[in-house]
Design a protein around this ligand. Structure first.
Ligand code: ADP
Length: 481
């Protein structure tokens, strides 16, 4: 365990802040590298490629008008729009178009018929097309000139051999690259500053609510169930905080119930034990006190203890889901009658049972008896002055409803839901409530849930309560007598 913990500690993953920072850093580096590569390194080649494509386009346009009278006009407009010098000659070097793009130096300046003838022959030999970039140191002013020379030979549809010779100037990109470098340098600084501050801002925004949740969760883990999570930040963190708040609330409820149970159980165990111990000591020390009444008290208290322990065991087994139902078809009506005979000794109570004929159900007889016992016991505990507990059996379609009514103090409406919870007692200070464990109705609920039965309570404060449950009637029941 220790070794694993150590390992986990050593391998602590990065925090949100570092991860966001790293992510942003990488992103900025990639963007900057791309910018530098495209703007600085690839600018020259891009520019050349574009220019070459342009010259080729000019050649294609000229090619279409070679046999037409408009050739001169087309060439003129192309020379201006594409800034290209144009010479068109026949295979013998006789030029019939010679246009200069500008007054600047051009390779085509002073080109002779002989030159053109040579070029025609050479290009023709090489497949009819040739492109070449040149870099010339001009004599005057130490200036350099760079350009593209393009030559194409072809035969027109009318059968004339032609040479198209084009030349366009390449403006030097060096100065542009220098300007871009300065710009990119500034951009790099701005992006780094902006990126780092954005990363800080974002990571703070994201990590702050999570850190707060984390801090509170640690306290929750230490058992501080009253802790509250701030529902702030982005949607996911707010939702997480909401869920944790719900969980903390549930935990604190369970914790409350646990503490209450501990107090209840220890109180409930201690009371009969004190009585048993007290009476036994009196009977041991004073021979005259060894009466059947005192022995009965000890027996009664033992029974109370047994009941409590049984209830606790039953409930924990039912809730753990380890209890299997032993379902049989049995006569529910006579089973209830049998239960009621056990209350005969409560002479001052009466238990009228209204039932028309016997009804059969398929269920676990013992468990259903436990339900009836619990309901009748509660009714006895909380019975009114008339001490009458009325049981009623009603057939409602294919279901049978058993209800147990008393004329006691009733249950306030807002508590009607809670009484089915474990260890819940409406009035904890009430003398009568101290008799019970607060487990009876949860046992009832668990048993009926397992049977798929329904149950409920109607109650009015001061008038009494009616607890009921319903089970499906076994369809092949014998005819009602
Ligand atoms: P207990 O052992 O305390 O009776 P139960 O789970 O059986 O536990 O009942 C829970 C609470 O419901 C009781 O403490 C009591 O406040 C209320 N209650 C149950 N039955 C009745 C009833 N017939 N009349 C009034 N209150 C009742």
């Amino acid at each position: 365990m220790k070794a694993m913990e150590k390992l986990r500690k050593n391998r602590k993953p990065w925090g949100i802040r570092s991860q966001v920072l790293l992510g942003f850093g990488l992103f900025i580096v990639v963007i900057l590298v791309l910018l530098w590569v495209f703007q600085i390194t690839l600018l020259g080649p891009f520019y050349k490629a574009i220019k070459t494509a342009e010259v080729e386009r000019v050649a294609q346009t000229l090619e279409k008008s070679l046999d037409q009278d408009s050739l001169e006009d087309t060439a003129k407009s192309l020379a201006i729009s594409a800034n290209t010098s144009i010479v068109i000659s026949d295979e013998f070097g006789r030029p019939f178009v010679a246009l200069k793009a500008s007054e600047k130096y051009s390779r085509l300046d002073g080109i002779t018929s002989g030159d053109l003838q040579n070029i025609y022959a050479e290009v023709n030999l090489q497949g009819g097309e040739q492109t070449e970039t040149y870099h010339t140191q001009l004599f005057w002013g130490g200036e350099t000139s760079e350009g593209i020379l393009y030559a194409r030979t072809l035969r027109t549809p009318e059968g004339n051999n032609r040479l198209i010779l084009l030349e366009t100037e390449l403006t030097p990109v060096d100065s542009t690259v220098e300007t871009l470098k300065v710009q990119l340098l500034c951009l790099t600084v701005v992006m780094v500053v902006l990126g780092v501050s954005m990363a800080f801002f974002l990571s703070r925004r994201i990590s702050r609510p999570i850190s707060a949740i984390n801090d509170s969760a640690k306290l929750l883990g230490q058992g501080q169930y009253q802790i509250r999570f701030q529902e702030q930040g982005c949607r996911e963190t707010a939702e997480l905080a909401g869920t944790l708040n719900y969980a903390a609330n549930e935990l604190s409820k369970v914790e409350g119930l646990r503490q209450e149970l501990l107090a209840n159980v220890s109180h409930d165990l201690r009371t009969p034990l004190t009585m048993i111990k007290g009476y036994s000591e009196v009977m041991r020390d004073l021979p005259g006190e060894n009466t059947p009444e005192n022995v009965q008290i000890i027996i009664d208290e033992t029974e109370r203890l047994t009941n409590l322990v049984n209830d606790l065991l039953d409930l924990s087994r039912l809730e753990a889901g380890v209890v299997e139902l032993d379902k049989t078809r049995f006569d529910l009506t006579s089973s209830i009658r049998a239960i009621l005979t056990r209350y005969d000794k409560l002479a001052d109570y009466s238990f009228p049972f209204q039932a028309q004929g016997d009804v059969y159900v398929i269920a676990d007889e013992l468990k259903i008896s436990q339900v009836v016992y619990n309901l009748v016991n509660n009714a006895v505990t909380y019975a009114g002055a008339d001490k009458t507990i009325t049981l009623r059996q009603q057939v409602l379609g294919d279901r049978v409803r058993i209800s147990v009514s008393d004329t006691g103090e009733g249950i306030p409406e807002d508590k009607l839901q809670d009484i089915w919870e474990r260890y819940y007692k409406v009035d904890k200070e009430h003398k009568r409530a101290q008799i019970g464990t607060g487990l009876g109705l949860s046992i009832v609920r668990n048993i009926l849930d397992m049977h798929g039965g329904s149950y409920g309570v109607e109650s009015e404060v001061g008038k009494g309560s009616t607890f009921w449950f319903e089970l499906p009637i076994s369809p092949d029941e014998p005819a009602l007598s």
